[in-house]
Write a protein that binds this ligand. Structure first.
Ligand SMILES: *Cc1c(COP(=O)(O)O)cnc(C)c1O
Length: 368
């Protein structure tokens, strides 16, 4: 049996006529950047996550960068961000000529550990970027309260957390702004790069809109210098077609996550994902912690099962951050996770027999 890590073709086939019509219709307008489908998607997405403003961008990394710039982050500033995540949050801080200050992650949720933030605060701290990793809700309300008390900004990286909730509040709506990715394999994926920033602040919304469009809200009206990061009409047409299915697809991922939890529960070498009470996980990734991770991965590969490591190195341990002179002892949880985490296929179209096959293969690996 072959079990791919993702299957974008299966999703396409499930709504093929609608997607084909949307894409052809979009091209036939011969208006390729921005336009009606982009503003329609911005409106539908912000309504879906209950936010006042949505500014589309070329990708999520740009949305994070734009948010930091319009919040005034610059040389000499420090911004706190988790030690274990994708590189975007940290590299955009550096792009602003500020310093990323890493905080270790919570050993249960794998998101930034609120108890370890305080000790990293200095007079240079300007704000925090948290990450809702794997689709798990980070401790956003606790961290928002800390930010309000200290007059810090809070940006949420929601690239893996479309419709993730804490209580009835969506990821991205706790802080000043939330950045989303619509990279093709995300829970809501375009057919190319795309992203957006959501915010409840009119001021932040206007400044971001200006910044991502060469500093101009209208043609030739360059009030400031900005840069260019906009959503293609074609991507908006794809996203508008897919958005109504997102809740169902997320539910499918949760069903698959539950099946894995059940079938893997008796294996002492495997720890299944924790879900924080009072939150809704959207399982962008189903990540186990396991012993002999690399060997297990190879064994699964030999059985036709694809798995991926998110991530093989905590950010402070990457060559890119060697200049910060951190040691693995500074981030014990993140530095352990990098050796233990393994992401199993969890896409909504994954069939129960494939999940059983994956779990039986894992059992077989640990029984000899
Ligand atoms: C995918 C991802 C990003 C980057 O998104 P792009 O749209 O590719 O820029 C940022 N943060 C996290 C946590 C991600 O998973």
């Amino acid at each position: 049996m072959e079990v791919p890590f993702v299957d974008l073709r299966a999703q396409y086939e499930s709504i093929r006529p609608q997607l084909d019509e949307a894409m052809t219709g979009s091209v036939m307008k011969f208006n390729f950047i921005g336009g009606e489908s982009v503003s329609k998607f911005e409106k539908q997405f912000r309504v879906a996550v209950n936010s006042n403003y949505c500014i589309s961008t070329g990708n999520c990394t740009d949305a994070l960068f734009a948010a930091l710039k319009v919040l005034g982050v610059g040389p000499g500033d420090e911004v706190i961000t988790p030690a274990f995540t994708w590189i975007s949050s940290a590299e955009t801080i550096s792009l602003c000529h500020a310093t990323p200050v890493f905080v270790d992650v919570d050993p249960q949720t794998y998101t930034i550990d609120p108890a370890k933030i305080e000790e990293k605060i200095t007079t240079k701290t300007k704000g925090i970027i948290l990450v809702h990793l794997y689709g798990q809700a980070a401790h956003a309300s606790v961290i928002r309260d800390l930010c309000l008390a200290k007059n810090f900004f809070l940006i949420e990286d929601c690239a893996q957390a479309h419709f993730t909730r804490e209580g009835n509040k969506y990821a991205g709506t706790f802080g000043d702004a939330g950045a989303f990715s619509f990279y093709p394999t995300k829970n809501l994926g375009a057919y190319g790069d795309a992203g957006c920033l959501i915010t409840d602040s009119e001021d932040l919304a206007i400044k971001t809109r200006r910044f991502v469009n060469h500093g101009a809200l209208k043609k030739d009206d360059h009030l400031i210098e900005g840069f260019n990061s906009r959503m293609d009409s074609l991507q908006a047409a794809v996203l508008l077609t897919k958005l109504p299915y997102l809740n169902g697809w997320n539910a499918g991922r949760r069903v698959n996550g539950d099946a894995y939890n059940r079938l893997l529960s008796g294996i002492p070498e495997v720890t299944t994902p924790y879900v924080r009470p009072g939150t809704e996980h959207t399982f962008h990734l189903y990540v186990i912690r396991c012993e002999r991770r690399n060997e297990l991965r190879q064994f699964l590969e030999s059985k036709g099962i694809q798995s991926v490591v998110h991530y093989p190195a905590a950010l402070p341990n990457l060559p890119a951050y060697r200049y910060l002179n951190h040691s693995v002892k500074d981030f014990p949880v993140a530095s352990l996770l990098q050796h233990q985490v393994l992401s199993l296929p969890v896409y909504p179209e994954l069939s129960p027999d494939k999940i059983e096959y994956v779990c039986e293969s894992i059992k077989a690996f640990y029984s000899h």
